[in-house]
Design a protein. Structure first.
Length: 730
């Protein structure tokens, strides 16, 4: 037997070579860049022709194909790869569109190893590719041991036996060696006495039944009382009858199958168990889940799939190293195993003999790859059962792990899909438990969530965005840009507003595209905490560098205002970075301050005022209701809503509102800032109406901190009377 195309185990996992085919040039560029960054060598080609030309003279470790391409498409390439002996074993990943079930079907028909929905989840793609590479390697090893097995069979020790029922057994010389008995007569009793005690009773029963039903015998029998030297002997024997139809003898063969059984077990383990943790792998899980669904359908009960994803594994892996990461995965596996009635080894044979107990035999925790696990509950009475197991899993993680002498806290997010409610096929259940898991991540991890049809409506993309946003904090992808607040009368800067940006890869995402989502999911709370700390850090830095002494304003939404510890947070931020409280300002919208429970917000505003943090009311005038209630608030600043500034000179009402706000500001003794000043004419009109403090593109857009610094040093601001004056506090 020829071994398959060699995959060199030593090198294939580091810098494996990927052939990437995509006609969408942008996607080709992005994917190829992302893969290179993640340790792959990439040959990228923009079409089917080029791909086939490349494959004519080289064998990559992996092939990634865009399914839909003009001309020769992904399916065509895949089919021709599978038709060629030297490429047959190369794993092929097909890139499909979202919800393109037809392509997924076709991909498998064409012989693809797996599919991946096109997205920018590069980390996920990397894991998928590594997983494919690993299983390709295992298949290769498996085929090698099968070849070894065949040779072993040739050399198999086999002997004949002939048992006269009720009398002695005639055994050939080879059979004597197989049984490990010396010369001299051999009796059934003597042979049975060499069978381990536990198996002996079973075997007696089997023999009795075989005899009374006149069956043939075909069975593995363990021989040898000492486990260290125990052999497995396969016995095959046929009955012979006398004229009365009675069994008079059994004749047949015995064979020592110890090595073969061991090899089979090894092959089974390779194909079905995850090498790192010993848990069932994806292949085994799929098999069990299929069986469980078949049974559940027949017996009309529910099953559950729990998708378990560790929340902070990447961080652990990055900070403590891969060996520690592996240890964490092993320990987590051990804990998960105790959360269900896990049974390690289930093969078709075991399943048959389990009969009615099949369902509990199928129950397991499996590792899908990376830090993703699945618990299969083949029979549940109700949804509550599945949720309870989910909670048990979170509970099991609570205790810190000790890795390399260090305490490590691992949490997990669990998404649950129930058969038949949430899907009637294994792929559907997998997908839906995945969505539920993403929903947990989006809401802040470390929870259990049942699949809801609404998740499909919200779409995986939103959920993924939420999950990515969650990671954004951990990965330090959030940044603050600063926009100056300018006193045009004196030509100087009186403060800055911190505006958040999300540096997502090479894209700078604007707040409009993620703040609403963050508010919806509650992520805004940790994000605001981060922003407060970051603004304080920046204020301190500028104070030290060039004596910056103004305030930096941070936008705080209502969710944060409703939290009991917000004053403490702000206090902690200023103490931690050693800046006076007055250098932190908070911008709250008029609605957020006035809406709902004033008894909650009022004490908070007073507490902030008391410690010296200034309060600015943002977007002022937008909801001009109950302005009078403002007189009781400890405010420092009103910001005229951008809409009125924009409409100055266009709608007469705007001028009226702006004048009223300025008058109100005077009456309350607070400063008034006009936002969104873009044109000189707007500046002049505002100035004429009595507003001196402004913010807007006319002066500067929000800038990264370095640019803000440079701007301060260089800028000449317009100033009352038209005479420019250099600002620069340095
Ligand atoms: P906002 O607090 O009203 O911020 C002012 C917005 O106006 C900013 O948009 C700013 O870039 C923009 N802007 C400044 N000057 C001009 C101008 O002359 N013309 C025009 N057309 N626009 C100007 P940005 O940075 O996109 O922020 C949008 C909103 O997102 C903010 O409105 C605020 O509500 C929210 N946001 C931004 N950063 C944060 C944050 O750190 N936390 C929270 N909770 N919300 C934030
Ligand atoms: Ca603001
Ligand atoms: Ca505003």
């Amino acid at each position: 037997m020829n071994p398959p195309a060699p995959i060199d185990p030593a090198t294939s996992l580091e810098w494996p070579e990927v052939l990437l085919v995509d006609d969408d040039e942008v996607n080709l560029l992005l994917t190829s860049f992302a893969l290179r960054e993640r340790g792959f060598r990439v040959v990228d080609v923009p079409g089917g022709e080029q791909a086939l030309a490349h494959l004519a003279h080289s064998t990559p470790d992996l092939i990634v194909l865009d399914a839909q391409m003009p001309g020769i498409d992904g399916f065509d390439i895949c089919r021709s790869v599978r038709a060629r002996a030297e490429l047959k074993h190369v794993p092929v990943l097909m890139l499909t569109g979202l919800d393109d079930d037809a392509s997924i079907e076709r991909a498998y028909e064409a012989g693809a190893t797996d599919f991946f929905v096109k997205s920018t989840q590069w980390g996920l793609l990397k894991h998928r590719l590594h997983y494919m590479l690993r299983s390709a390697r295992q298949t290769y090893e498996l085929e090698r041991s099968t070849a070894k097995l065949a040779r072993a069979q040739d050399l198999a020790r086999m002997g004949s036996i002939d048992w006269e029922v009720g009398g002695g057994i005639v055994v050939s010389a080879e059979a004597r060696r197989v049984f490990g008995v010396g010369d001299g007569p051999v009796t059934l009793r003597a042979l049975l006495s060499r069978v381990p005690l536990d198996d002996r009773r079973d075997l007696r029963g089997v023999l009795q039944e075989t005899l009374s039903h006149r069956f043939a015998l075909d069975r593995d029998v363990p021989i040898g009382l000492d486990p260290a030297t125990r052999r497995i002997v396969h016995v095959v024997a046929e009955p012979e009858f006398n004229d009365q139809g009675q069994v008079v003898r059994y004749a047949g063969f015995v064979q020592d199958v110890t090595e073969r059984r061991e090899a089979e077990a090894r092959i089974w383990r390779l194909a079905n168990l995850d090498t790192l943790t010993g848990l069932p792998n994806r292949h085994q899980l799929m098999w069990r889940a299929e069986k469980a669904l078949e049974r559940a359908e027949r017996q009309q009960h529910a099953c559950a799939l729990l998708l378990i994803d560790l929340d902070n594994f990447k961080k652990i892996n990055d900070s403590l190293g891969h060996a520690a990461g592996d240890e964490v995965l092993r320990e987590v596996s051990e804990r998960l195993r105790h959360c269900v009635r896990h049974s390690d080894q289930v093969s078709p044979g075991v399943l048959e003999s389990a009969g009615g107990r099949t369902q509990s035999t199928l129950e397991a925790v499996a590792r899908l790859g990376g830090d993703e696990f699945v618990a299969l509950l083949p029979e549940i009475a109700d949804v509550g059962d599945a949720e309870r197991v989910g909670r048990r899993i979170l509970e099991a993680m609570r205790e810190p792990l000790v890795v390399g002498g260090q305490d490590v806290i691992v949490t997990a997010s669990v998404g649950i899909a129930i058969y038949p409610r949430d899907g009637t096929t294994v792929p559907d259940l997998m997908r839906n438990s995945d969505l539920a898991m993403y929903a947990v991540k989006a809401q802040g991890k470390n929870e259990v969530e049942l699949f809801r049809p609404a998740f499909v409506g919200r779409g995986r993309e939103t959920l993924e965005l939420e999950a990515a946003l969650h990671k954004a904090i951990e990965r330090r992808e959030l940044v603050l840009h600063y926009q100056p607040k300018v006193d045009v009368h004196h030509g100087r800067v009186v403060g800055a507003e911190a505006l958040m940006r999300w540096q997502r890869g090479d894209r700078l995402v604007r707040p409009a595209d993620f703040i609403p989502l963050a508010e919806q999911s509650g992520l805004i709370v940790p994000m605001s905490e981060w922003a407060l700390g970051e603004a304080a850090r920046q204020a301190r830095l500028w104070q030290q560098r060039f004596g910056f002494d103004e305030s930096i304003a941070v936008n705080l939404p209502r969710q944060v205002l409703r939290r009991a510890d917000v004053v403490e947070q702000i206090h902690a931020a200023s103490v931690a970075h050693g800046v006076p409280h007055r250098m932190l300002m908070v911008e709250l919208t008029e609605e957020d301050v006035q809406e709902g429970d004033e008894s909650l917000v009022l004490p908070l505003l007073h507490a902030l005022h008391q410690i010296g943090v200034e309060i600015s009311i943002d977007d002022f005038g937008r909801g001009y209701s109950r302005l009078e209630s403002l007189t009781t608030l400890p405010l420092s600043e009103l910001k005229i809503d951008i809409a009125f500034v924009r409409d100055l000179g266009v709608r007469p009402q705007s001028e009226a509102v702006v004048s009223a706000i300025i008058a109100l500001g005077r009456a309350l003794g607070v400063r008034v800032v006009a936002e969104g000043v873009e044109r000189l004419s707007q500046m002049e009109q505002l100035y004429r109406l009595g507003c001196r403090l402004m913010q807007g593109y006319l002066f500067s857009p929000p800038m990264p901190p370095e640019a803000f610094e440079a701007w301060l040093g260089e800028t000449v601001l317009p100033r009352k009377g038209g005479v420019g004056a250099a600002v620069g506090t340095a």
